[in-house]
Design a protein around this ligand. Structure first.
Ligand SMILES: C[S@@+](CC[C@H](N)C(=O)[O-])C[C@H]1O[C@@H](n2cnc3c(N)ncnc32)[C@H](O)[C@@H]1O
Length: 326
């Protein structure tokens, strides 16, 4: 494993600026990437084990079954980039197929979470011959850096970008289109994107996946306030906020909120602000947009990515789709 090529962008300053702006906006919000501090990343690992959260098991099954087809025909030496890969287990499944096919590989991991990158390093240690470089940064900064490096080093061969776990669901439709355009912009002919997408399903299943009976997702969400208390000296009282998960059918998204249980004022000295909450007012912490499998080809086509193949788990309602640069 190489060393991280960039300093983290979620430095104290950046966090403070984002928190000041987003908690003074209407509606109040916090950016989902801040959910992933050390504890948040471990809580996400626990979420993946919950019976209600089927995304991880479903996607791992699709990757195990169809992994060989995902990288088939790509040019060696291949750069594999995973964006927001968490513990690296899904990538390991993909890499196994490529290694078995004799592809010469290097791996670039982009994640804001140091903990996720450490977990992935441990997972990928089972491939000692593969050079793995972590980038502790945002998707956009990581992609840009990797693209520039590819040009500067004149690296031949292809690039496979993996954006799994329905991470794309955290982006609203226009941000998703902008982000796919950015991925496409760094592609050469023959490069490929593999995208994991959670699909629309009955509301009861969608809400349960983000509001489990054990309260693990509630802890994951409320940990954001713990983080602001620790890193910005805020005085959020966790007992005065409740986790809420709601399905917004009109927007096709599950929203996670932290609802203020009473009128209250919270001071956040590290962000140089004091925030007033009305009773029932919430902080919107994450959106998880749900897609229709048939709509994904059109989404790709819109940004110059041609659908190459697609596998759908009809029971868990999850899709893995590959796109080629056209
Ligand atoms: C929902 S988890 C999914 C992890 C993995 N893809 C999976 O399917 O299990 C999202 C991952 O993306 C990272 N992440 C979230 N927002 C990010 C951003 N804007 N830039 C880079 N990484 C981000 C988190 O740290 C976390 O590891």
């Amino acid at each position: 494993m190489g060393t991280s090529s960039e300093a983290t962008l979620s430095s104290g300053h950046r966090l403070a600026d984002d928190v000041r702006r987003d908690l003074q906006a209407s509606p109040k919000r916090l950016q989902p990437r801040y959910l992933y501090d050390a504890l948040g990343s471990q809580l996400f690992e626990a979420i993946c084990e919950l019976p209600e959260y089927r995304i991880t098991r479903s996607e791992l099954h699709l990757l195990t079954t169809h992994g060989a087809a995902i990288g088939a025909g790509m040019r060696s030496p291949l750069i594999v980039v995973e964006l927001g890969g968490g513990n690296g287990e899904k990538l390991a499944v993909l890499l196994s197929g490529l290694v078995d096919a004799g592809v010469d590989l290097t791996v670039e991991l982009v994640d804001v979470s140091a903990t996720a990158l450490e977990l992935a390093a441990r997972t990928l240690a089972r491939f000692p011959a593969i050079r793995v470089t972590p980038h502790q940064t945002t998707y956009e900064a990581g992609l840009q850096h990797i693209g520039e490096q590819r040009i500067a080093e004149g690296r031949p061969g292809g690039m496979l970008v993996a954006f799994l776990g329905s991470n794309i669901g955290n982006l609203d439709p226009s941000a998703a289109r902008r982000f796919l355009t950015m991925i496409r912009g760094g592609f050469r002919s023959g490069d490929r994107l593999v995208l994991g997408t959670d699909l629309v399903k009955p509301e009861s299943e969608l809400v349960a996946a983000y509001d489990d009976v054990l309260g693990v997702t509630a802890a994951f969400n409320k940990n954001l306030l713990v983080r602001l208390n620790r890193e910005l000296g805020a005085n959020f009282d966790l007992d005065r906020f409740a986790h809420r998960a709601v399905w917004n059918a009109a927007e096709s998204r599950v929203e996670m909120h932290l609802e203020s249980l009473r009128a209250q004022t919270v001071s956040i000295p590290g962000a140089d602000c004091v925030v007033a909450f009305a009773a029932g007012e919430s902080i919107w912490t994450e959106s998880s947009y749900k897609y229709e499998s048939a709509a994904l080809a059109a989404l790709g086509a819109d940004v110059g990515l041609a659908r190459h193949d697609q596998w759908v788990d009809e029971d868990a309602h999850f899709a893995v789709t590959t796109f080629n640069a056209v």
